[in-house]
Ligand binder design. Structure first.
Ligand SMILES: *Cc1c(COP(=O)(O)O)cnc(C)c1O
Length: 372
């Protein structure tokens, strides 16, 4: 069976994790700091803060921006449910925006229509590793004094106008879940250039403690902590950070491998009339966390997926349309026709760094069989 994805973890990651355990720093410690520095330096941002997941990162970002009950946060509906859940965690209301039909990302024109007096933040998602159109989104938000939080869960290494994403919003959030570009098992990262926000996020990450435990242990004098605001346990462990550091060394190789496989899919899929490959808005910019094609409307997607499964190929349906999930059905909203189209027609094909060309050929053969 060709799986939908497998993260590339090797001996180096295993050795690094074992060393972290031997060193005794199994909780948040020096390797977390090194991992944060590695990500900050890769992205060219002032501050990076490791957290237990991207969901935790999105939640903390909204807490740190003081978003709460009565506030609205504009999000694309075509996303993983965590994007909207984070808004609900702080008691605010997600306002669902439609997406662009080719990039699958927040449509700036749709966004513009949704601002209200209650809008406090916008969360553009770089869906599946494809950059959202940040220039108009940042400009519209700035005109209204609204914060932007980038959901870059799938987009470590994605570029927009030749610059890495996750560097321009007030706060950006990354994921290290096994299905993302690099993994720490579970994990996430917050990035920002704002020093005050970074300090507040650091405190919120660790129970609201004024002086974190690792700093107290290394202080060389007695230090007591204080709790001034409601915090969370969203820390990453040193064991996970040790794995993350090894993964960061592989990042250039992981990205180039994904991009090469995606280009090869583009070519192989060209003859299939009822399958539309994804777009890369600026060639070489897409990180291809997933490779999602659109099937023609007259094809039965479930039947295509079932046939491919019988031929030994795992696929997944499109990213969710969050507004159609039972949890969100009662939200008031504008129509979201593009989101619903993509949700109905999207099909994710297997893509992972160690995938070999023969497996890719088998995927395309199975797709051709299932769609003709
Ligand atoms: C995976 C994902 C998340 C959640 O990341 P976790 O690290 O699993 O919490 C959030 N947003 C998007 C767009 C994602 O793809």
């Amino acid at each position: 069976m060709i799986p939908i994805t497998i993260p590339l973890l090797g001996e180096e990651e295993a050795r690094a994790a074992a060393e972290a355990i031997r060193s005794g720093w199994v909780a948040q410690g020096p390797r977390v700091k090194e991992f944060e520095e590695a990500v900050a330096s890769f992205l060219g941002v002032e501050h990076a803060l490791a957290v237990s997941s991207c969901t935790a990162a999105l939640h903390l970002a909204l807490v740190a921006l003081d978003v709460g009950p009565g506030d609205e946060v504009i999000v694309p509906s075509l996303s993983f449910v965590a994007t909207a859940n984070a808004v609900r965690y702080v008691g605010a209301t997600p306002v669902f925006a439609d997406v662009d039909s080719r990039s699958y990302n927040l449509d700036p024109a749709a966004l513009e229509r949704l601002f209200s007096d209650h809008t406090r933040a916008v969360i553009p998602v770089h869906q599946l590793g494809c950059a959202a159109d940040l220039d108009p989104i940042l400009a519209l938000a700035a005109q209204r004094g609204v914060a932007v939080v980038e959901d870059a869960a799938c987009a470590l290494g994605t570029t927009y106008h030749q610059a890495l994403v996750g560097t321009r919003a007030t706060i950006s959030c990354f994921s290290f879940h096994p299905r993302k570009i690099i993994t720490t098992g579970e994990g996430g990262m917050l990035t920002t250039d704002d020093g005050d926000l970074a300090s507040r996020l650091r405190v919120l990450r660790s129970q609201g403690m004024s002086v974190p435990a690792d700093v107290r242990h290394q202080a060389g004098r007695v230090v007591f902590e204080e709790y001034r605001e409601l915090g969370y346990n969203y820390r990453l462990t040193d064991i996970q950070a040790a794995i993350g550091l090894e993964q960061m060394k592989r990042l250039p190789e992981l990205l180039s491998r994904r991009r090469e496989l995606a280009r090869r899919y583009d070519e192989l899929l060209h003859p299939l009339a009822s399958v539309t490959p994804p777009v890369d808005p600026e060639p070489g910019s897409h990180a291809y966390q997933s490779y999602m094609v659109l099937l023609d409307e007259d094809l039965d997607r479930e039947a295509v997926m079932q046939r491919m499964l019988e031929l030994g190929v795992s696929t997944r349906r499109s990213v969710q349309a969050i507004h159609l999930e039972p949890l969100y059905l009662d939200e008031d909203r504008a129509p979201l026709p593009v989101t619903e189209q993509i949700f109905a027609r999207g099909l994710m094909l297997p893509l992972y760094p160690q995938m070999v060309h023969e497996d890719q050929d088998r995927v395309v053969e199975a797709l051709a069989d299932a769609t003709t």
